[in-house]
Design a protein around this ligand. Structure first.
Ligand SMILES: [Zn+2]
Ligand SMILES: [Zn+2]
Length: 341
C-alpha cells in the first residue's frame, strides 16, 4: 500500500509500505479521508517526532476486514476512527484528565492516517471507532476528532448563558470553537485574527464582532462590547505566546483563558501573577479529545447545526501531502485541508 512518510520538515515521501495485518479484536480500515491537523504541522515543522513516521489521525474510511471477536463492525461499514484511547480507570482518568492518561498517550492507529490502510487496535475498535450515518461524508466525518477537541475545551470553560466569549485565532479550530460556544448558548462571540478572510468567515459563522488587532485595539473594542468588563472567556486557538498575552488582557476579573493550541517548544510567557491572584483570572489548557466527546460530536453533526463542509477549503491526494503542508503553513485563505488516499 502507499503511505506519505515523514522524514524531515521538507522531506515527506510517497512510499510503498506493507499493508498492516490485523489480529484479534482489530479491524483494517481503508482510509477515505484524513484531515491535516495543526498538530501534524507542528510535529513536521518543529521536528517533534522521530522519523520515519506516518502522521495523520483524523480518519474516516471503510472497514475492509474485521478480526476474530469483533462484533461491532464488519466489512463494508463506514467508520470514523480516533487514534488515542484513555483507560478510564487510572488516577488521571478519574480526575477527568483523560488526555494525560498513560494508555491514551501510548495507543495509536497503525501506521497513521496518511496511508491507504490502517490497523485499528482493539482498544480503539472498542472505544474510538464510530459507525457513520449514510448522509455524513467521509471528509465531514474526519472532522469528528477536531470537533471533539473543541467540545472538550468549551465544556471545560465555565460558560454561562449570555456570556461573552472571545476566540483568538479563527482558523478551522477557532471556527469550531466559535460555533460550539454559540450552540451552548453564549450571548456573543468576538473573533480575533490577523487575516481578513478568516474574520469574514467568522462573521458568517455567527461572530457578533470580528476584530483585527492590527487595525483596532481589541482591548477597547471588547470593553465597549461588555459594559467595560472584558470577556468572560477567551479561547486561544493559535499557538503564539503574544496571542495568549493578549487574551489575558481581554478577559474580565474572574474570567477564564483557555489555551487550545501548541506553542513552539520552549516558548515562555511572562505574566504579572497579580492577574491570577488579585484579578482571579483562570488560566487553563485543553488538549485533545475523549471518546465521549467524539460520540457527542457525531450526534451534533447529525443535527446539521454545525457548519462543517464550509470549513473544508482544500483537498489533496496522499501523494501531495507536502504541498498540503506548505499551504497550511502559509496560513492564508485555507481553512481545513483534507488528504484523500
Ligand atoms: Zn487533530
Ligand atoms: Zn487512564
Amino acid at each position: 500500500m502507499k503511505a506519505a512518510v515523514y522524514y524531515a520538515p521538507d522531506d515527506i515521501r510517497y512510499e510503498e509500505l506493507p499493508r498492516p495485518r490485523i489480529g484479534k479484536g482489530e479491524i483494517l480500515v481503508r482510509v477515505r479521508s484524513c484531515g491535516l491537523c495543526g498538530t501534524d504541522i507542528s510535529k513536521i515543522v518543529e521536528r517533534m517526532v522521530s522519523p520515519p513516521v506516518v502522521l495523520g489521525h483524523e480518519v474516516a474510511g471503510d472497514v475492509v476486514e474485521a478480526g476474530e471477536g469483533v462484533e461491532k463492525f464488519r466489512s463494508g461499514d463506514r467508520v470514523f476512527v480516533a487514534h488515542h484511547v484513555p483507560c478510564f480507570t487510572c488516577h488521571y482518568c478519574r480526575h477527568g484528565n483523560h488526555s494525560l492518561c498513560q494508555q491514551f498517550r501510548s495507543t495509536n492507529i497503525d501506521p497513521g492516517g496518511f496511508a491507504e490502510y490502517i490497523r485499528v487496535p482493539a482498544p480503539n475498535v472498542e472505544k474510538t471507532t464510530l459507525l457513520l450515518p449514510k448522509d455524513l461524508s467521509y471528509e465531514e466525518a474526519s472532522l469528528i476528532e477536531s470537533t471533539a477537541c473543541c467540545l472538550r475545551a468549551i465544556r471545560r470553560c465555565p460558560i454561562q448563558p449570555g456570556d461573552t466569549v472571545v476566540v483568538v485565532g479563527v482558523g478551522p479550530m477557532g471556527l469550531l470553537n466559535l460555533q460550539l460556544a454559540l450552540l451552548l448558548g453564549v450571548g456573543q462571540v468576538i473573533a480575533l485574527d490577523l487575516i481578513e478572510q478568516r474574520l469574514e468567515v467568522a462573521k458568517k459563522f455567527g461572530a457578533k464582532h470580528s476584530l483585527n488587532p492590527e487595525r483596532e485595539d481589541p482591548l477597547e473594542a471588547v470593553k465597549q462590547l461588555t459594559e467595560g468588563r472584558g470577556a468572560d472567556v477567551a479561547i486561544v486557538s493559535v499557538g503564539e505566546t503574544s496571542a495568549i498575552a493578549q487574551a489575558i488582557r481581554l478577559v474580565r476579573g474572574g474570567g477564564t483563558v483557555t489555551l487550545f493550541a501548541e506553542c513552539p517548544p520552549h516558548s515562555s510567557l511572562s505574566l504579572d501573577p497579580n492577574i491570577i491572584y488579585h484579578s482571579e483570572v483562570n488560566l487553563r489548557g485543553s488538549y485533545s479529545s475523549t471518546p465521549e466527546g467524539q460520540g457527542i460530536a457525531l450526534e451534533l453533526m447529525k443535527t446539521g447545526k454545525l457548519k462543517i463542509k464550509e470549513l473544508i477549503t482544500h483537498r489533496f491526494p496522499l501523494k501531495k501531502l507536502s504541498e498540503a503542508v506548505t499551504l497550511a503553513r502559509e496560513v492564508r485563505e485555507s481553512l481545513k485541508i483534507i488528504i484523500t488516499p
